[in-house]
Structure formats: C-alpha cells, structure tokens
Write a protein that binds this ligand. Structure first.
Ligand code: C2E
Ligand code: CA
Ligand code: CA
Length: 859
C-alpha cells in the first residue's frame, strides 16, 4: 500500500470518527431543499414531464402547504403503462403516502438506521416550513465511509443475478420482470440485434421508465428505451472508485466485468449502501463508546484541575492579556500576604522586590513571547515587606483563534531552601560532579511541572537517558575517566535542550530530562534524537578517545502517566526497550504513542481482536516450474477475514501491525499455521513441496526469532529444506552484520532464504554475493512489461544470469500471461508464480487442485 493510500484511508476513518464524536452532521445538512412539488390534483403526465426536465427522481405532493405524499421513479412500476388513461391520473391516486419524515436536526447516523430498518428510499426532512428530501444515495455520499469503500472490492456486491432481457422484449415484459424480480434496473442484451460484442449491453432503469412516461412516444421494445453501452468496471475495482465514477457520471447503476471481461452483474448505489451500513453501524457503536469514555475522563480532569488549583500549595495567579490580575488562589494569599480583594485589578509588579535587573525581566518576556512559557527563580516581596525567593512559571493562554487572552503564573516559596546554606542546598539538590539537579530536585521539579501542565492542559516529556556499557569504562579506565565522561555527557545533554527544560542526574550513568510545554509527543522524540547525535563525537579523556552511545526512553504526560513516579518509571521501562532494540536509540513508552490518532488505535485494537478471534487465514499461491508446470512450492499469504468488512488483504493491515509491533505475534501465528499445513500435506502422502513464508523485518529482528523458529520446526517435524523464508532488503537497513549472522543461523536450521521483491529495494548487486540467500524473487513490477519492453526483459535476463552465477535460484512473481511466461522461458528463468498459473488459493482449494498422487513406490 502506498503512503498516499494509507493516508487517505486514515482520513476516511477520521471522518467516521469525527462524525461519531461530534454528531455534527445532521440530515438537514445533506438534504436537498430545492424540491420539485405539485398539487394532489395535478395530472401524472405533467408531474412526470417536469421530473424528466429537472432530472430528479421524485416529486413532492403538497396540499395547503403541507406535504401529503411523494411520487418517485420507483412508483412507475406500479402503473399500467399500456393504458393511455394512466397519464391522466391525478397525483393523489398514484403518490405514496403517508410520508415518513424526520426533523432536520436528526443525526445522520440515526436516519441511516431508519432507512435500514424500514427499507425505504426517501425521507422527508422538515425544518419549520421548509421541506427537503434525503435519499439513500445522499447517505452513501455523505457517510465518510471512504475507508470501508477502499477496503472492499466491487465483486463483494455481485449477486450474479445477471439475467439480461433481450432488446426485443416488450415494455410490458420489462415491467413484469422488474416487478417480479424486485429490480430497479435491468440489463438489456443487444446481441440478437447484431451489435458489436463490446457494446452488446445496455441498461434500463426506473429513470428511463419516467422518460417513457414523459414522452409517451411509441416505444416498441426495451431496446428503444435502453441506454447503451452499459458503463462497466472490473470486479477487482474498489468501491471507492466505483462510487466516484457513479457520482461523476450521475448514474446509479454500473455493470461489473469478471476477469475475462464478461458481464456478471449490475450493482447500484443502494447496493453499496447496504454493504457499508453494517460496517458503519458497527464502527459507530464502538466510536460512541469511546466518546463516552473520553467525555467522562475530561469531566473528571476538569474537576480535578479545579481541586488542584484550590488546594495547591503553590500560589497561582491569572492575569488578562495586559497583565492585570483577575484571579488568585488561596495559596497565593498564604504566600504573599495579599488577599484576593487587594490584588484584583492590580499589576503583578506590586510583588516586585526590586532585586532583579531590567535585563532579567526582558529575558523573561522574550522567552514568553518565543515559547509562550517562562520558568525560573526570582525574588519577590511579601505584603509585610519581607523578600523571599520563589520558583515561578509563567505561561500564556491563547483562545481558539490563537489570540493571547491571559497569563498564568504558578509559584512556590523556595525560601526555606534558600535559607539553608548554599553548600547544603547544593548537596541536597544538586549533583556535585555535574552540577546538575539531582534525583530529589528532579522529582520536585517534575511535580511542579506536572501541576503546571495539568493547568495548561499541556504535555510534558520525560527522557530517561542511560549510557550504554558505561560500567566497562569505569572498570577498565578507572573512576576518574568515568567522571570525566559523565561531566562531558552532562554538558552535551544540557546543550541539546532548551533553556526551559530541566536536565538532571539520577545517579550513576543515568540522566533525566524534563521537557515542558510539549506541543506534540514527536517533539520529545526530536529532542532524544538531538541528544543521541550530540553524544556521538568521541569524548577525550587522558588523551584517549572514547565512543559513548546512549539509550533513551521517553514517557509523556498525561498520555503515559499522570504522576511523577510513574512517568519516570515508564521512561525507564522504555529506555530498557531501547537497549533491547540494539542500543544507541530511543523508544517511546508505548507503541500507542506512535499512533497518530484514535483511528489507528481502533484498527490496532481490531487487529488484536483478529488474532484472539481467529480471524486470520492463510491462502497459498503455487510456485511453478516454468518448463514442466509442476508444483514446486506454495507461498503462504495472509488474509484477515473481518466479520463485518469481509476479507482484507495484507497490504491494508501489515504496515500497521508492523508499526505497533503486533506483527511479531501475527508473524508467529503465520509461521505456525504454515508449518501445520505443510505437515498435514506431507502426512497425506503427497509429494513434498516447499512452503514459503513472508517474514517482516521487525519479526526477523526479534532477539528470540531463531529460537522460536527452531521450536516450531521441532514441534511440526518439518523436514530440512522445505521451509523458505521470504525476506526483504529492509532487514539489512539497521545492522547488516547481525542480519547476516542471523541468516546463517536460520540456514543452519535447514531453512532456505529468499530475497523478496528483488529490484525494488536498495539492491546493490555488489553486496548480493555477501548474502546467504538461496532464492531471488524478481518483483512483479519488472515482470509486468517484459513482453513489451525490451529493457525490462533484458533486466530480468540479467538478474537470472547473475543469480545463477551466484548459485541462487531465481523466481519471477506476478506472471499474468502466456506472453510473460514465454519471455521468462527464453531468459532461462525456471521458477514462476502468478495469476497466469494460479491465484492464491484456500487450503481446501489447493488440496482439490493437487489431489494425492501416490508415489511410484507405493508409499
Ligand atoms: P508479496 O510477498 O510480494 O506477495 C505476492 C503478492 O502478489 C500477493 O498479494 C499475491 O496475491 C500477489 N500476486 C500473486 N500473483 C500475482 C499476479 O500474477 N499479478 C499480480 N498483480 N499480483 C499477484 P497479497 O497476498 O495481497 O500480499 C501482499 C503482500 O503482503 C505480500 O507481497 C507480502 O509482502 C505481504 N504479506 C502477505 N502475507 C504475509 C505474511 O504472512 N507476513 C508478512 N510479513 N507479510 C505478508
Ligand atoms: Ca512474498
Ligand atoms: Ca514479492
């Protein structure tokens, strides 16, 4: 799946959620208000003519300002078109009534449900004296279901009811046919009329019947009424495109062609809706539950925040944009001695001690203007004249339009601290080696930052920084060298963060960084990256150059925890994960941190459920010998059988599973299931074949991957040489040496290795010979054009030659035609896979296609 697809798919889901969350889309917003209307006594002929002119599918019948009925294209079916009097009937005799109506304020999803329950096609929308109509089509177009539509192919709607009426049939026959079969459209076959094969079909829909009525011309047969040629799409087209084509062309039916280009069915807008609604309603329910939850949480948060302010030990002061005090909390009074009444309307300068220089205030305002935030220590004066030191945080508050509306100041009295001797203070709160805040001060600061962030509804980042293998330096070079390294590390970390951020030493080789006022969690990752980079250059001690690497764990307030201790602990946990992942890297506390939005989480939850709910299936695509067309192996390809969405292909969920780490359990399931099937195949006495399994890079890099494979092999008694892992070059990205080492270990277990999608990656032919690979799979991108494009053919020939000279077997994937196969045979490619031979099959289909052949020796 391309990134663009991925994004728009997310956008689709986002819309679903937005609608669900805000309930913002009402039926009034999507209703059509420019309705055609007529009187109950108007003649049908008149109404029909006007409908035809305006190209609308319904007309409202209004009596004394009130809608009393509606007549739609569908109602044509109930008429006797053979009789001339039909057109003289008054509307009141033919309209359907009573009307189902809904208020304009009704939520769209509620109406969707009604449509479904009542099986109607139009709803009258009332907005005071205004009347509008919402039809099924409007709903399909407005549900923001792009996500589902993209995931589903049009063939999922095909009912194969595709009988066509001959173009010579009479109109009466057509009406009977439509009525009896409950169709709103019928395919008309012109083959008997001697029409070219590719224009052989036309279509008659209810709208055409209106035309018949409007012109009451002398139509002899359905061929005269039909629209031709029928617009068609291939059955593999996704519903999103189909919907767009239909919307663009303003049609409501479209023909579906199978792989041979044969017409199999027509599908309608209504069909698209029916399929999607189920998914929609299902998803909606979940989304609403989550909203509920989120709402409850934010209410709790708000309540909590007020409590925090009132009970805070820290003074809190709020000013308007000009700096006039508009509110203070009880702690403010306790600390400054001023009552609320005394300070409201005043300027904070009444607290000023006169000890800070103008430059100090200038820096403070600069920082406020730049970061919207300032933190520092300063001296203020109490009401009784006493001067005291305080730790102060000031932050701007902006409204939804981004305009500055308030400042908040949060301060605590640190005089107790200041009172003690500077040395004691330093000992108590600062690390003597690096002069950085120590663990105690860090914990204090973090708590202060947290209450500040709670107030400001801001994020905080906590980075736990740990040097890799520091003990080795201490042990081998002595403590002095170790101390020097720590000092330099402290200096570099300090230099990688903003003034307002806090850097401290937790002890040993552990540092903690507190990032205030984070805009996005990614900003914490960016800082981590900066620290890693800053620590890269060698550190000099005693004329020696030492290379230091670090592992960093990140936790975010309030996402990962809301109290200081848990935040630090989670950052520590994440740091360990970074070490596991190969050091010199950073990790966010939770994989969900990477989830850019709720919908990713929802899909991930669904994926989790898929594993637990046994919704994964393997399909198998044969690998064929191009000379004998014999079956050599099968490739296991994963499918997700979603209870509502139907079958989902791996391209739509594997990237997400990789991002969330779920690929590891999914991959293990795939491996086990592939082994199980292979062992089943063998035990039935079939000729042994290979089993090829796709392994994701993330799975491959798992520390216990090789052990896990060894266990599976033993468990299912898989013979040597039958299992092949398909790897892509992405396994080499991080650490070529350890990847190669691992590849050797796998081969030692009797597993063959294939390089998948060869030609699309970073492939340099030069390193190919270094890789322990048995097979090359040429990407289908190159195969597609080989019968037309000499360069592609030559390239494939080159890869075959190269592979063979390195002792590798070469497989062409995506072989779709006889012409492809011919070229491959000419180029000496002996193995191939593709739709030309066989699509991926279910296990049962595979068994049917390759029934047991007893071996010649009768075993
Ligand atoms: P891939 O390894 O390149 O797999 C081959 C894909 O090409 C399959 O798509 C297959 O259905 C399709 N294909 C086969 N013959 C033809 C042909 O003649 N023409 C065309 N146009 N396509 C053909 P599928 O099953 O949708 O798999 C997509 C990708 O998902 C795979 O690409 C593979 O990278 C990944 N994948 C599938 N199963 C697994 C799995 O169990 N684990 C992991 N990690 N990845 C998997
Ligand atoms: Ca593959
Ligand atoms: Ca491939």
């Amino acid at each position: 799946m391309s990134i663009a697809d991925d994004d728009s798919q997310l956008q689709g889901l986002t819309q679903v959620y937005q609608q669900a969350f805000s309930d913002s889309l009402t039926v009034g917003e999507i209703a059509r208000w420019d309705l055609l209307s007529c009187q109950p006594d108007d003649r049908l002929e008149e109404a029909v003519r006007r409908m035809h002119e305006r190209k609308v599918s319904s007309i409202l019948v209004i009596e004394a300002g009130q809608p009393v009925g509606i007549w739609t294209e569908r109602d044509t079916l109930a008429l006797d078109l053979g009789k001339a009097e039909t057109l003289d009937l008054p509307m009141r005799a033919v309209m359907s009534h009573p009307l189902r109506s809904a208020p304009a304020s009704m939520a769209l999803h509620e109406l969707t449900q009604r449509f479904r329950e009542q099986g109607v096609r139009h709803y009258l929308i009332e907005d005071g004296q205004r009347f509008g109509i919402v039809s099924l089509s409007d709903i399909v177009l407005n549900q923001g279901l792009e996500h589902y539509l993209r995931l589903r192919k049009v063939h999922s709607l095909v009912k194969k009811q595709g009988v066509a009426l001959d173009a010579g049939a009479s109109l009466a026959e057509l009406l009977v046919f439509m009525r009896d079969h409950g169709r709103d459209a019928v395919i008309i076959d012109f083959v008997a009329a001697g029409v070219e094969a590719d224009e052989r079909y036309g279509i008659v829909t209810e709208r055409d019947l209106v035309r018949v009525l409007a012109f009451h011309a002398d139509y002899r047969c359905v061929g005269d009424v039909a629209t031709r040629p029928l617009l068609t799409v291939r059955h593999t087209e996704n519903l999103y495109r189909v919907r767009n084509i239909m919307a663009e062309r303003k049609i409501r039916h479209i023909g579906v062609l199978d792989e041979d280009g044969e017409l199999v069915d027509v599908v309608s807008f209504a069909d698209i809706l029916t399929g999607m609604e189920l998914a929609y309603v299902h998803e909606l329910k979940q989304a609403l539950q989550e909203t509920d939850h989120a709402l409850r949480r934010s209410r709790d948060d708000l309540f909590l925040a007020q409590r925090v302010i009132d009970n805070s030990l820290e003074g809190i002061m709020v000013t308007d944009a000009r700096g006039v005090i508009i509110s203070v909390n009880p702690a403010f009074t306790r600390l400054t001695g001023y009552s609320e009444a005394e300070v409201l309307g005043q300027n904070p300068s009444i607290l000023s001690s006169g000890r800070q220089s103008p430059a100090f205030y200038r820096r403070m305002w600069d920082s406020l203007a730049e970061h919207g935030y300032w933190q520092g220590e300063l001296w203020n004066r109490r009401r009784n004249g006493e001067i005291y030191p305080e730790l102060l945080h000031i932050a701007e508050i902006r409204n939804g339009q981004g305009e500055l509306t308030h400042y908040t100041a949060l301060f605590s009295d640190i005089s107790r601290l200041k009172e003690s001797e500077a040395r004691i203070r330093t000992l108590a709160y600062y690390d003597p080696l690096t002069d950085l805040p120590n663990r105690r001060l860090l914990e204090d600061r973090l708590s202060v930052e947290i209450s500040h962030a709670t107030r400001k509804k801001d994020r905080l980042g906590v980075l736990f920084v740990d040097l890799d293998r520091f003990k080795r330096i201490n042990d081998s070079l002595g403590h002095q060298a170790g101390d020097q390294v720590l000092k330099e590390v402290a200096r570099r970390i300090r230099g990688s963060v903003r003034e307002v951020d806090t850097v401290g030493r937790m002890g040993g080789d552990e540092f903690l960084v507190i990032l205030g006022a984070l805009e996005r969690p990614e900003a914490a990752a960016a800082t981590a990256r900066r620290i890693l980079t800053a620590l890269l250059p060698p550190i000099e001690t005693d004329g020696r150059e030492l290379i230091i690497t670090t592992s960093i764990g990140i936790s975010i307030y309030p996402d990962d925890a809301t109290d200081a201790a848990t935040l630090v602990k989670n950052a520590d946990v994440a740091m360990y994960r970074a070490k596991e992942q190969g050091r010199n890297s950073f990790q966010l506390f939770q994989p969900s941190m990477n989830a850019r939005s709720l919908e990713r989480l929802a899909l991930q939850t669904a994926l989790h459920g898929a594993l637990a709910g046994d919704q994964f299936r393997l399909h198998f695509q044969p690998l064929i010998d191009t000379r004998t067309e014999e079956l050599l192996a099968v490739e296991a390809l994963l499918r997700w059988q979603h209870p509502v969405l139907g079958m989902i292909g791996p391209a739509d969920f594997i990237p997400l599973a990789e991002e969330s780490g779920l690929i590891i359990s999914i991959g293990e399931w795939v491996l086990r299931d592939a082994c199980r099937h292979l062992s089943q195949w063998l035990s039935a006495g079939r000729k042994p074949i290979g089993m090829m399994v796709n392994i994701s890079a993330r799975q491959f890099r798992q520390p216990d991957f090789v052990d896990c494979v060894a266990e599976l092999l033993a468990e299912w008694q898989v013979p040597q040489g039958l299992l092949t892992f398909e790897l892509t070059e992405s396994i080499l990205v991080e650490d070529v040496d350890s990847a190669v080492e691992r590849m050797h270990a796998l081969r030692a277990l009797g597993i063959q290795l294939a390089l998948d999608d060869f030609g699309t990656g970073y492939s340099s032919f030069a390193y190919l010979k270094e890789l322990p690979v048995d097979l090359l799979k040429i990407d289908r991108l190159f195969i597609r054009g080989i019968d037309r494009n000499v360069r592609d053919a030559a390239l494939v020939g080159g890869i075959v030659f190269l592979g063979k000279s390195l002792g590798m077997k070469v497989i062409a994937e995506g072989v779709e035609t006889r012409a492809h196969l011919n070229v491959l045979q000419d180029q000496g490619c002996e193995r191939a896979q593709g739709f030309y031979f066989c699509e991926p099959l279910t296990w049962d289909q595979l068994l049917q296609r390759y029934p047991v052949v007893l071996r010649p020796d009768g075993q």
